[in-house]
Write a protein that binds this ligand. Structure first.
Ligand code: ARG
Length: 586
């Protein structure tokens, strides 16, 4: 297929590298203290305190060491403390409970950090080191089938991971591995030749293609002769029959147009869209090569790869050529992998695909290791979307809710809520805001829990202005911006005062943005960033309730405006890393 190449629209704004985050600074001090106490430095650990009254950060290192050495953790903790120099940043750390080290950061240190981060275009988020080249395989819908709500998880999750990786400075190549070659085409082509409705095709192309597929399928079940003819159409296509190739090409183009309109609504872009068909010519030589090198073996007429050395796969061989000569999903994925390694030489490849494909990727990755491919390969899996009755959104008959319909409904519902809340908005602005809220809400539903958790698709929940939702976070941003509309005052950089507990809590939270973004990629969990933003919005609301901003005396006002401004910037940047826009009003 023609590969529409779109360049990414979000280059990372790389400034000079930011200073260490507070957590990393504490960690590096702790490492030094461990070395001086003759303990291994790699076990240094610092995490945010779980309970605020114990301080801001804590370390379990003494407990871990004590267990290893069979000694008293509190004794070890005191030994480490004797060598730990943090007086410029923390109150004297104390040993608590079973041997925790607790740190309470000095107010002045927090204030200085806020001043620093305010001037940093990365808002304290350090660049990744080492910088990696990452290929991300995501979205990857199938031709002649509608893109369904299941594909939304891959698209939205993949896009957020890509944005975050780019922001951290990684070199990211995105590749939409469209399912544009497969057994469905025999049925689609048979249907095209026998009962295509050109008017329907012009009006709703994907729906018509799906109808052709389903009707042939149904007729084939009743009449084996039709099933045979459909298979013959597939063989003809695979042999390069010109008429069938023309039909196939049209189905790909029509489907691609439908996908593109969804990507446009979602603001998702790909560097490459090399579909399965791109690898057609490589499949046969690949299988021959795997046979010749004895990676694959003939088995009952088919060609398979066996994994006797891997217990979970010992009785699960991977078939790469059927006895009738046909190739499989796995064959294409091996050819794809080979191409990506050869062409882009990545350090790592991420496959953002549903959990049911776990076995498939386990096999592909095992074969890759056997072929000596050293790039790190990761299957980033996710669960299902459920209806409010907790049944699968995708039914067995394949009557999927179409993604485009769903996204448009999101925008319409947001527009309705908006008209109720703010009837005076000009229509054009209202449309833009409804788009940001509606699409933001659908995307955020993906991030408000762990990716492997099934989640219930509930309009009322995701569009609510309360709770862990996109509208709540967007509204927090809008409220902050409205302070500036009232004041007209861009906060001049002033010394920051953190006298009230709510000011201090907000400052600490803001400084943790730089600690949160990188850990998203440790286990591919954008929900950690979403949770952070939710907590930030809560900290902001508490601050705003207790700390008057515009009515505050001079000096305090500028300091609070600085906190407000940074809160708005972090909320906007954080949401944009999740692919969510913030309106200026709502
Ligand atoms: N088209 C596939 C599907 O819809 C997903 C492809 C994922 N990527 C891959 N390289 N296998 O299930």
């Amino acid at each position: 297929m023609e590969s529409p190449i779109t360049s990414s629209n979000y280059p990372p704004s790389i400034s000079t590298n930011s200073p260490l985050t507070i957590r990393d600074e504490l960690k590096s001090r702790l490492k030094k203290a461990l070395v001086k106490s003759s303990f291994p430095e790699e076990i240094a650990d610092i995490s945010s305190a779980t309970v605020a009254k114990f301080g801001d950060y804590q370390s379990h290192v003494a407990m871990v060491l004590a267990k290893r050495l069979g000694e008293n953790p509190r004794t070890i903790a005191r030994q480490i403390l004797a060598h730990l120099h943090v007086s410029d940043m923390s109150a004297p750390p104390d040993v608590a409970g079973a041997g925790f080290l607790n740190f309470r950061i000095l107010d002045q240190y927090l204030a200085d950090r806020i001043t620093q981060v305010t001037q940093d275009s990365r808002m304290g988020v350090p660049l990744a080191s080492p910088r990696k080249r990452i290929v991300v395989d995501f979205s990857s819908p199938n031709v002649a089938k509608p893109m369904h709500v299941g594909h939304i998880r891959s698209t939205v999750l993949g896009d957020a991971l890509v944005r975050i990786a780019r922001f951290l400075g990684h070199d990211v190549i995105t590749d939409n591995h469209i399912g544009d070659w497969g057994t469905q085409f025999g049925k689609v082509i048979y249907g095209w030749k026998h009962f295509l409705d050109p008017d329907d095709l012009a009006r709703e192309p994907v729906e018509e293609l799906v109808r052709l597929y389903r009707k042939t399928n149904q007729l084939g079940n009743e009449d084996p002769a039709i099933a045979r003819q459909a298979r013959e159409e597939l063989v003809l296509l695979q042999r390069g029959d010109p008429e069938n190739l023309v039909i196939w090409k049209q189905t790909v183009e029509l489907s691609w147009k439908a996908f593109e309109s969804v990507y446009k609504i979602l603001d998702v872009h790909f560097t490459h869209c090399l579909g399965e068909s791109f690898y057609n010519q490589s499949l046969s030589p690949l299988v021959e090569h795997l046979l010749a090198t004895e990676v694959a073996q003939p088995s009952e007429g088919a060609i398979c790869i066996f994994f006797p050395e891997i217990p979970e796969l010992a009785d699960k061989p991977c078939m790469i050529r059927k006895s009738d000569g046909g190739f499989l999903y796995a064959t294409t994925d091996l050819a794809t992998l080979e191409y990506r390694i050869k062409t882009w030489n990545p350090d790592t490849i991420w496959y953002v695909t549903g959990a049911p494909q776990a076995l498939h990727f386990q096999q592909i990755f095992a074969i890759a290791r056997r072929l000596g491919i050293s790039a790190e390969l990761v299957h980033i899996a996710f669960g299902n979307i459920l209806r409010e009755d907790r049944k699968m959104m995708k039914t067995r008959e394949g009557e999927n809710v179409s993604l485009a319909t769903l996204l448009n409904e999101a925008i319409e519902r947001a527009a309705k809520i908006l008209t109720e809340k703010n009837p005076s908005l000009p229509l054009e602005e209202q449309e833009k805001i409804a788009h940001a809220i509606g699409i933001g809400a659908v995307k955020y539903a993906e991030f408000s829990q762990h990716r492997l958790t099934d989640y219930v698709f509930s309009w009322d929940k995701m569009l609510s202005f309360q709770g862990n939702t996109a509208p709540y976070l967007q509204n927090a941003y809008v409220r902050i911006r409205s302070i500036f509309r009232k004041s007209d005052e861009i906060p001049k950089l002033s010394s920051v005062h953190l006298d009230l507990p709510e000011e201090r809590a907000l400052a600490l939270r803001l400084l943790q943005f730089g600690e949160t973004v990188p850990i998203v990629l440790e286990e591919f969990r954008p929900n950690l960033l979403a949770n952070y933003l939710f907590e930030l919005a809560n900290s902001f609301h508490s601050f705003y309730e207790k700390c008057p901003v515009l009515r505050a005396e001079e000096g305090v006002r500028e300091s609070r405006l600085t906190l407000c401004n940074l809160s708005a910037r972090v909320l906007a940047e954080g949401l944009s890393l999740l692919g969510i826009q913030v309106p200026e009003r709502m």
